[in-house]
Structure formats: C-alpha cells, structure tokens
Design a protein around this ligand. Structure first.
Ligand SMILES: [Zn+2]
Length: 172
C-alpha cells in the first residue's frame, strides 16, 4: 500500500483552494485506503487530502487510529450543517509536527458529506469527534491551526516552529 508523504506548514499546497471530489470510482477508494494507511502510521486521528499535496475536498478520519475498522470514515465534500456549544481543547496537526495549542471548537456538529461511494451521509459528532471533524474540514477550506491563533499566542507558536526549523526537526 502506497504511503504518502505528509507535507508541513510552509508548503503552499496546504493553503491552496481545494476542488470538489467528482469521481467516485476505484481510484478514490484506493486513495482513501492509502490515506488511512498514511494517517495510521503518522499516527493521527485524521488526514485531509491537501496534507498529502492533493487539492481536493477529501478527508479520512479514524479516532481508533487503526484499532477498530468500524470507526473509519471517508468524507468527500463535507460541510458543517449544524453546530452547537463551545469547548476549548488541545489540538495538534500532522502538518505541525510536535506542536499543540488550545483552540475553541463547537461541542457538537452535524456534517453532511458524501461517502467513498458517492452516497450522501450525515455524521454527528461530539467532543473529540466534533473537534476532529472541524479540524479536517478546516483543512479543506485552507484553514490551519496557525490561522486560529492571534496576538501573543500566535507569536509564541511561530517561535516554536522557528526553533524546530532551526534545529532541523521540522519534519515527519
Ligand atoms: Zn491538521
């Protein structure tokens, strides 16, 4: 199974526009499995296509990180249709290796998307799943962790990135 390289912040493909997924064919199934494999290996809870340099609206999520196949979710063209509550949780991103920050997210979301076969699906998520859904959909809208941070928090985050870069540790 092909494992993709996960690109890091600084690569323009992470901030480029992402086109809708249109073809629900064998290639998409294959790509989704490759994304799960890449995500599990990282390891991470989710991976969006732009993180492997593909600018399409596709993401995979698996909160069990490979332990429970029933938790694998492929979401094409997802959008948040309902959200409620608010919670501030620590969050990381495979494109910002080794960095974590607190971000405010809805407590609960309902997401509409298409599955790998093109069928419409609705996913309801609370807490960690809501956070992961918001994080991955952000990627498809070219929004990254850093874009949620302002002022001192942002400057401190950038400083840490700079430090890792200088130390040659800005890699996966
Ligand atoms: Zn991410």
């Amino acid at each position: 199974m092909k494992r993709w390289e996960i690109i890091l912040w600084g690569d323009p493909r992470l901030e480029a526009a992402n086109a809708p997924v249109k073809n629900f064919d064998e290639d998409l199934q294959q790509l989704s499995e490759e994304m799960f494999s890449t995500c599990h290996r990282a390891p991470g809870l989710g991976l969006a296509a732009p993180q492997i340099g593909l600018n399409i609206r596709l993401t995979v999520l698996d909160l069990s990180v490979g332990r429970d196949p029933a938790q694998k979710m492929v979401l094409a063209n997802p959008k948040i249709v309902e959200k409620s509550g608010s919670t501030t949780l620590e969050e990381g991103c495979l494109s910002f290796p080794g960095l974590f920050t607190h971000i405010q997210r809805p407590k609960k979301v309902v997401v509409s998307a298409q599955g790998v076969d093109g069928r419409e699906i609705l996913v309801e998520g609370e807490e960690l799943l809501a956070q992961a859904l918001c994080h991955e959909i952000d990627h498809l809208d070219s929004i990254l962790l850093i874009h949620h941070l302002k002022g001192l928090k942002r400057r401190m985050f950038l400083k840490k990135v700079e430090k890792l870069r200088k130390a040659g540790q800005w890699k996966r």
